[in-house]
Design a protein around this ligand. Sequence first.
Ligand SMILES: Cc1cc2nc3c(=O)[nH]c(=O)nc-3n(C[C@H](O)[C@H](O)[C@H](O)COP(=O)(O)OP(=O)(O)OC[C@H]3O[C@@H](n4cnc5c(N)ncnc54)[C@H](O)[C@@H]3O)c2cc1C
Length: 631
Amino acid sequence: MKKKSDKKLGMERPISRRDFVQGAAVVAGAAFQSGALAAQGRAMPHMTSNEGGADTSAIAYPPIKTGMRGSHSGAYEIAHALARDGAVLTTDEPITEHYDLIVVGAGISGLAAAHYYQQRFGPTVRILLLENHDDFGGHAKRNEFHQSGDMVLSLGGTHNLEWWRFSEVVKTFMADHDVDYEAMRDNMTFAYGRDAPNSPAMWFDQDTYGTSRLVTNFNLSAQLSDEDIDSVPISEAGRLSLKQFYRSGPTLEGWSEDKAGRILANTSYPDFLRKYGGLTEDAVQLFDKEEHGSWGLEMRAISAGEALWEGYPGAHLFGEEWSQDSAGYPVAMWPDGNASLVRLIVAKLMPHVAPEATADNVALARFDYSQLDEEAASVRLRLNSTVIGLENTDKGVAVTYASSTGKLRRISSQHAVLACYHSIIPYLCPTMGTAQKEALKYQVKVPMILTNVLIRNSEALNKLGVDAISCPGRLHARLFLFKGISTGGYERSENPSEAVSLVFWGSISPPKDAIDIRSQLRASRQQLLDLTFSDFEREVRTVLDELLGPAGFDVAEDILAITVNRWPHGYAYEYMQLWDPEWEPGKAPHQIARQPFGSIAIANADAGASAYTHVAIDQAHRAIRELSDSP
Ligand SMILES: Cc1cc2nc3c(=O)[nH]c(=O)nc-3n(C[C@H](O)[C@H](O)[C@H](O)COP(=O)(O)OP(=O)(O)OC[C@H]3O[C@@H](n4cnc5c(N)ncnc54)[C@H](O)[C@@H]3O)c2cc1C
């Protein structure tokens, strides 16, 4: 198949101008449903596809910005100058403001830290949260679309609550914010990937496989039949190797537990498939990106033991039954991911920002961003502010940050909490001890991408009978239709003729010569930062043209908006069998890293070495407990 030109893909289509034509409906919908635009007397948001979402008229309400979001332009350059280029950023400015607590980073951990500080020291304490992005929530971001006339919500990062490991602290936190996660679960029909109602499916693209083929009811983790495997467009030898593997008897049943444990922990899953499953290279490649979403990693970074635990095939070689039962997994979601949790925390800390917000209406409630940094309020949240230095003093902590104008400012507090990424902390606190700095640098976050594509309707997907698709050959390893969640006052029918977000989801494959895990993560991060919005747009349009075009989807007309949420610093690093030793109790890097430093305590999901919302909350709770009564 001949490659389509950018013009045929609709790349030159001014999405912004098309939105302009639909303008009246956009503004009415946005203002009515979120209240934010109307209240701020802002001009209509014109949705752009520009790098950095250059729609300045929409700055007052960031969730509606499209284009390059997540770690957007302007948010990270100063931090990179400090950490990557060794820039020396100092100022003699006098200290102008003083707080009881300054929190660095307004993600879930930073916001939870503010909550726990109020609980410990009383409701009248003065707290300032400094955040380098133009929106609060950290990874838990909301993408809000109005281009179809109605409000369509989607997630920009953190997806859901997985409550099977909630501590009593987290359960109480949820109750304090009126979050009934079990009821939320009852209000959702959405399910991911392999559990989705019309799925799973795998799409083999023209560029990678020489043919465009969508195979429905196809799941590499289930026991594939010979007939299923015949649909896979790889070499004859590759298909044969798959057939032999999936129908294999218990060839490894004779291994002792000790031998199995040792080999599974020290062999990457692709190597296991090659060596013990007999798969050819092109058959192994089918698995490469399967964990781009859940782990954010290429399969070669994952041990065979971890992969089998995740349900990937191979346990049958040890005589185990095939099983695919994940229906009972306790997961609850809001229609904007965990951004609704963030909104509930903000509304509790700063009631004047969202006076009407409750757990029952949080998806629709108005949030007035102009009130976030209100001088008279006891809790203030200052966006577009990158902290560049903290110093313990005899009165507490002196903090230097770069304001939204780029001007360096100095402020102080009795206590501080670093709820930001751990890898930046050694540069913010240069006088910290070497061992702690090294431990903090151990946390190299996993890059992630979540691209929302607002499509006019889902009729083409409906026609094809799919709603979640693996794409082993493409940039985003998986797509899923994001619908079926009615929580927080948001209700949207699942009518296929309505606009909906198709989520392109995954990570970035590192170059093959990036061997150790940190080189892989750093190389993927750089690749992610090097991709422009146009690169993403072209990719999305190419995929949808080839995949859905035959079912009537017109990429030039049916894409209403694109928001790329790039997260170069995504998941917190979790220790892995192939890359990390067994640490002695209390000696793991995250445990050394999170020790208090004078009047500064350390939170963030990194402090738990585990990329979960409940971990971010638990770590905030611990950090506040560790602060002294006085500096
Ligand atoms: C795409 C994606 C999907 C995820 N899905 C899930 C999920 O479904 N369920 C789940 O439980 N977890 C999920 N996670 C994990 C997620 O990281 C945590 O759940 C949680 O949101 C982390 O919160 P945090 O406050 O610890 O960190 P963050 O959300 O990273 O917040 C830290 C904040 O500090 C800011 N910051 C950093 N440096 C500075 C500085 N110098 N000055 C000022 N501010 C600074 C950052 O910009 C950021 O906003 C996901 C993560 C990603 C990236």
